[in-house]
Design a protein. Structure first.
Length: 233
C-alpha cells in the first residue's frame, strides 16, 4: 500500500513527461510541497529544525539551467550538501557578478572543498552557439561558446560526425570554464592561503544519467598561463 502511494505520487509529479502540460496547474506545486513536508517529517521529525541551523556544504556546483540536470537528484545528495549556481550552458564568465559573488561566498565564507563545473551532452546552449540562427539577447551570452569553438576549431572541424562534434564542444566548453575558474582572483587567493580546494570538470549524459569525469581537476594555479597569475595581495 505504501509503495503504491509512493509510486502514484511520483507519477503525479512527473509533470513534463507523458502528461498533458495544459492539465498542470502551478498550485499543484504547493500541494506537492505540503505532501513532501509531511513525508519528510514522517521519516525525521527534526529534519527542518536541523537544516535551519545553517549550511556547511563541501561542494559548489556550477551547472546548466536545463531542467533535466538538477545537481542534488543526479548526484544522490540532499538539501544542504551542494551550493548551486546555474546558468545557460554552465558558464564561468569573468564579468558575471552573479557567478563571481556565488563563487567568492562559497570559497571564502563557506570554505567549500570542491568546485564542479558540470555540463551535459545535448546542451541547447551549446547547440545554439554552433548554429548561425539569432535567438535574441542570449546570442551575447552564447558568444562565449563560439569563442571556445574558435579556440578549438582545428580539433572540432576534424570530427566528421555532427553529433560527436557537438558532444566534444560540450566537453571543451566545460574544460574552458574550469580554466576560467582557475583564473579568478578568488581561487588564486584561496590557493595562496593554503585552502585545500579542487576544481573539476564533468559532463552528464541525459540518455544514461551517468556523469563523465573529464579528468581536468586542479588544486593549484601551477599550470595556469603566466599572464593570468596574480601576485599575492
Ligand atoms: Zn544545457
Amino acid at each position: 500500500m505504501e509503495n503504491q502511494q509512493k509510486r502514484q505520487s511520483r507519477e503525479t509529479k512527473n509533470i513534463s513527461v507523458g502528461h498533458d502540460l495544459h492539465q498542470f496547474d502551478y498550485s499543484d506545486l504547493l500541494r506537492w510541497n505540503k505532501q513532501w513536508v509531511a513525508e519528510t517529517l514522517a521519516e525525521d521529525p527534526d529534519y527542518f529544525k536541523k537544516l535551519s541551523k545553517g549550511q556547511n556544504p563541501p561542494i559548489l556546483w556550477i551547472g546548466c539551467a536545463d531542467s533535466r540536470v538538477p545537481a542534488n537528484q543526479i548526484t544522490g545528495t540532499n538539501p544542504g550538501d551542494i551550493f548551486v549556481h546555474r546558468n545557460i550552458a554552465n558558464m564561468v564568465i569573468h564579468t558575471d557578478m552573479n557567478m563571481l559573488s556565488v563563487l567568492d561566498y562559497a570559497v571564502s565564507v563557506l570554505r567549500v572543498k570542491h568546485v564542479i563545473v558540470c555540463g551535459h551532452y545535448g546542451c541547447g546552449g551549446v547547440l545554439a552557439a554552433m548554429s548561425h540562427k539569432q535567438f535574441g539577447l542570449i546570442d551575447n551570452w552564447l558568444r562565449h561558446i563560439k569563442d571556445v569553438y574558435r579556440t578549438h576549431s582545428d580539433e572540432l572541424e576534424k570530427i566528421a560526425d555532427e553529433t560527436e562534434r557537438r558532444m566534444r564542444l560540450v566537453e571543451l566548453n566545460v574544460i574552458e570554464n574550469v580554466y576560467n575558474l582557475c583564473k579568478t582572483s578568488t581561487l588564486q587567493n584561496a590557493w595562496k592561503q593554503g585552502h585545500e580546494l579542487s576544481v573539476h570538470g564533468w559532463v552528464y549524459s541525459l540518455e544514461t544519467g551517468i556523469i563523465n569525469d573529464l579528468n581536468v581537476s586542479f588544486n593549484s594555479d601551477e599550470k595556469l598561463g603566466s599572464v593570468f597569475k596574480f601576485d599575492a595581495k
